[in-house]
Design a protein around this ligand. Structure first.
Ligand code: AHM
Ligand code: MG
Length: 337
């Protein structure tokens, strides 16, 4: 029988390879792993407890929050408070920064505690996404602006996907690994080491219902995906879960492209740069793929605010490069959509 490696063991082994490491980032990842197990348990029983349904409050984007969103937010914040190594958390569910008691803590964490929440009521996959930055060293008291760092400065990022099984994927800039939760023993077990995204895939993923709001370049690219050409594996298959963590997870393993564009409906896209696009771009780039906003690398964008949105096109290198060709050819500076 294959040796099983748990998330905890793996993180400790990885840390031991760096003699000077303080172990703080390892602790932070283990804390997130613990919160993920608690959230996973709750997600699985959401249908049979009164946790399902709307809480009487709205988040910063004016969306009604569901109980499970609040539960996930609380669990992650409480897990990150345990070790005094995180000084602030920025969450989709909190308008401002959440300052933790370990004010001197070394790390700033961004998170989307429950991604794809409209899937909860219909028992479809949901996720949690996280992104970790260092606090600026020289500063004793941090201002909100200190959290506005580009994605290139991430020291770790990952997601948890509560799907037909619960998986946790993370990177610290040395490749991507995926762990799968064995609920019978309550442990995340290493299932994929050094994951590489296929350099080309035949799946495209976008909310095509919004086609008429799109720019010409994207419309033409989607037509290209649908053309019949066996040599390039077209027509592609269309898949769209409505949970970015799930759509990107499939893209990571099977290749292809996930797109959430800017449009006349969402002039800056809908997905959030700091806790959706940057962490998933870090994962995909570490696996050999690409993530752009149409022209720039997502991780090079300098954020101006905590909750800002960006368009995103993310996936296999060859698919993203092909899409970029369509943008160059068909989009003009003032394209009428
Ligand atoms: P959420 O984090 O508030 O649940 O929303 C983000 C989600 C993404 O996971 C997903 O890709 C997108 O919103 C779906 O949006 P749409 O319903 O416009 O297709
Ligand atoms: Mg989300």
């Amino acid at each position: 029988m294959k040796d099983l490696v748990t998330l905890e063991e793996y993180i400790i082994r990885a840390q031991n390879k760096f003699p000077g490491a303080t172990g703080e980032l390892s602790q932070l990842l283990r804390d997130i792993g613990l919160a993920a197990k608690i959230i996973s348990r709750e997600v699985n029983k959401a249908g049979i407890t009164n946790i399902l349904g709307y809480e009487d409050s709205e988040n910063v984007h004016g969306e009604s929050q569901k109980k499970l969103d609040l539960f996930a937010n609380e669990q992650l914040i409480s897990a990150l408070s345990r070790s005094n190594i995180t000084c602030m958390v920025i969450s989709e569910e909190n308008e401002g920064v959440v300052r933790l008691s370990g004010e001197a803590g070394k790390y700033i964490v961004y998170m989307d505690p429950l991604d794809g929440s409209s899937n909860i009521d219909v028992s479809v996959s949901i996720g949690s996404i996280f992104s970790v930055y260092m606090r600026p060293e020289s500063k004793k008291k941090l201002a909100e602006g200190d959290a506005l760092q580009s994605g290139e400065k991430q020291v770790a990022a990952g997601y948890v996907l509560y799907g037909s099984s619960t998986v946790l994927a993370y990177t610290t800039g040395l490749g991507v690994r995926i762990f799968t939760l064995d609920p019978s023993i309550g442990e995340f077990i290493l299932s994929h080491e050094d994951v590489k995204i296929p350099e080309y895939g035949n799946i495209y993923s976008a909310d095509e219902g919004s086609y008429n709001f799109w720019d010409p370049g994207l419309k033409q690219y989607v037509k290209y995906c649908q053309e019949i050409d066996p040599d390039t594996g077209r027509p592609y298959k269309a898949r769209y879960v409505g949970c970015m963590a799930a759509d990107v997870h499939r893209t990571l393993l099977q290749g292809g492209i996930f797109m959430y564009p800017d449009s006349s409906k969402y002039p800056n896209g809908k997905l959030r740069l700091m806790y959706e696009c940057n962490p998933l771009s870090f994962i995909i780039e570490q696996a050999g793929g690409l993530a752009i906003d149409g022209s720039r690398r997502i991780m090079e964008i300098q954020p101006a605010s905590l909750h800002e949105c960006t368009p995103i096109y993310i996936g296999s290198r060859k698919n993203v490069e092909k899409l970029r060709e369509f943008f160059v050819e068909f989009n003009t500076a003032n394209s009428s959509r």
